[in-house]
Design a protein around this ligand. Structure first.
Ligand code: ATP
Ligand code: MG
Length: 563
């Protein structure tokens, strides 16, 4: 813990963005920092967005400024109220608050429209009737300059008239666009007369049918920042090439402020897809059970899986803000989750694949109440009572009839410790007609209550168990990677890289009664198994648990060839 604390102090203010902000404040270039997180409401937020959220809200908080939540809702075809609601919920869950600074690009549609007319009047924008496919060809390539079409030299009056008629709904989708008149020979393709407005006869979640022309992302984004007085417009590297255009709009329009854009590296995570387009398809094609499926890298999925928001924030802090794109290993995401859950999750006993164990020298019908420790490192967490009796269940994997050398758990004639209870010795193995082990007959040593041996003899294994008298049935869902390769999609077909075994559902599990009261999202450690939480589907008479993460990074070990 001390190491983490030290790191926190060292890291704060040390990335290039925070350096820029600090310098701008010190030099008086900005009065107060204003940032924004600008999602398009066309899907749920994912762990990549968490990086941007933590940066924008974090910088504002650290430097005493403010951060806006602004929906960049300029494409009504793909946007939905469901996504707006989910985004607000997820940003809040992550621990950030925009206060009263909730905005929508669609609130600026009228202003953006006026600015488009402003550009037309200045001779800096024109209506182009060229069909879309031809437009693309006319823009040229990286090695070939674009060519002017016949509409580039239209007069201001004609342009104004046509643009107003576009707004009035006189033309069908795609019939005309409004373009900026910048430079068709520009090396930066974004400056080759980019489209500012397109005709889209689609209702918008917020403006309804008021508009049938919509600004492009490029035309809306920077000006929205300017309207809101954003000082540091932070975005991912793919927008670096858009910055000259962003600056061109700011320079040529009577905007109330001049934001500056800074780019940082997008988060890419091994075995994970962070593209809303692909995530949308996973949901739509039924590869997962919705946006909040615990296998999804969405914040809603992580929450349902039991990942604490604080671990997500800590992960983002540790990866830092690089200027170059890279892929972060999944293990780096998992470390802070394990660390935090290890500190906070109460310990419980749950048997995922039960095997009956009968203690022959324990009186039938009798039970004892024993104390189980809730957290080994936190005495204040106290103890809870667990029932011990003649019939208990242990994990099937904890018994082997013919154990190999390094297997120290239960085997015929072997003595082991039952956690918080007694030492038991396996006397007999009961099998069914097919030869499968169905029951172990054991004896216990009454002198070893609590797991201590008065004579000092040692046993090599301590097993978790539940009592037949009061164990509760539960379903447990074990998750692994949604994709089979660290670079999903590299095969050429991302859907062919989906892991067919990304979830294993165990239905006959038995858990100790204390778990019946677990609330969804509340982390618990199933001793020796991992961290789990109740699923929102869980009911008192039909408990469902999700495995958040295993105790150790068994995956990394497997990859390293360690059996
Ligand atoms: P798309 O471009 O397909 O719409 P997007 O993930 O970029 O997807 P936005 O809603 O535009 O979606 O993203 C909102 C903000 O989050 C943007 O500023 C974007 O730069 C940032 N962001 C998105 N993905 C990542 C990522 N993987 N890492 C860091 N920041 C990201
Ligand atoms: Mg985007």
């Amino acid at each position: 813990m001390a190491a983490t604390d030290t790191q926190a102090t060292l890291d704060t203010g040390r990335d290039f963005i925070r350096d820029i902000v600090q310098a701008d404040l010190a030099a008086g270039r900005v009065g107060a920092v204003v940032t924004r997180f600008p999602p398009e409401p066309n899907g749920y937020l994912h762990i990549g967005h968490a990086k941007s959220i933590c940066l924008n809200f974090g910088v504002a908080e650290e430097f005493g400024g403010r951060c806006h939540l602004r929906f960049d809702d300029t494409n009504p075809v793909k946007e939905e109220q469901e996504y707006i609601d989910a985004i607000e919920r997820d940003v809040r869950w992550l621990g950030f608050d925009w206060g009263r600074h909730l905005y929508y690009a669609s609130d600026y549609f009228e202003q953006l429209y006026e600015w488009a007319e402003h550009l037309i009047r200045a001779g800096l924008a024109y209506v182009d009737d060229t069909p879309v496919e031809e437009l693309r060809a006319l823009r040229g390539t990286l090695t070939e300059p674009g060519r002017a079409g016949p509409y580039r030299e239209r007069g201001v009056d004609e342009n104004l008239d046509l643009f107003r008629r576009m707004r009035a709904g006189e033309y069908p989708n795609g019939a005309r666009v409004l373009r900026a008149k910048i430079d068709l020979a520009a090396g930066n393709m974004n400056l080759r007369d980019p489209v500012l407005y397109r005709i889209l006869h689609s209702a918008h979640p917020r403006t309804g049918t008021a508009w049938c022309i919509y600004p492009t992302y490029d035309f809306a984004h920077g000006q929205s920042d300017a309207i809101e007085g954003i000082t540091h417009s932070l975005c991912t590297l793919e927008f670096e090439d858009h910055r000259p255009l962003y600056d061109w709009f700011i320079a040529n329009l009577p905007v109330p402020s001049r934001p500056h854009q800074y780019e940082f590296a997008r988060l890419n995570l091994g075995y994970t897809v962070l593209s809303k387009r692909v995530l949308t398809e996973l949901v739509r094609q039924g590869h997962v059970n919705g946006w909040d499926d615990p296998r999804m890298p969405t914040l809603a999925g992580l929450r349902r899986r039991g990942v604490p928001a604080a671990s997500v924030r800590e992960f983002v802090r540790r990866i830092g803000m690089a200027r170059a794109n890279s892929v972060v290993e999944l293990a780096q995401f998992e470390h802070p989750i394990r660390e935090l859950l290890n500190q906070t999750a109460p310990r419980r006993m749950a048997v995922l694949r039960p095997l009956k164990l009968v203690i022959e020298n324990f009186p039938a019908g009798d039970t004892q109440t024993l104390d189980a420790i809730n957290h080994p490192d936190d005495p204040a967490a106290g103890t809870r009572p667990v029932t011990f009796g003649r019939e208990i269940y242990v994990e099937r994997d904890d018994f082997m009839e013919n154990p190999p050398k390094k297997f120290f758990r239960l085997a015929p004639g072997r003595e082991v410790r039952l956690r918080y209870a007694y030492l038991v010795t396996c006397r007999e193995v009961v099998k069914d007609a097919a030869g499968a082990v169905v029951e172990l007959r054991c004896t216990y040593d009454p002198a070893t209550r609590g797991g201590n041996t008065p004579d000092g003899r040692k046993v090599q294994a301590t097993l978790h168990w539940v009592s037949a008298a009061d164990a509760v049935r539960a379903e447990v869902r074990l998750y692994s990677h949604l994709f089979t390769r660290p670079d999903p999609g590299a095969s050429g077909n991302i859907f062919a890289d989906i892991n067919p075994d990304s979830v294993e559902v165990l239905t006959g599990c038995l858990v100790e009664p204390a778990l019946a009261a677990a609330a969804p999202g509340e982390a618990v450690q199933f001793e020796r198994q991992g961290y789990f939480c109740a699923d929102p589907d869980s009911r008192p008479d039909a408990l469902v648990f999700n495995r958040t993460i295993g105790l150790r990074d068994t995956w990394a070990k497997l990859q390293a060839g360690d059996p």
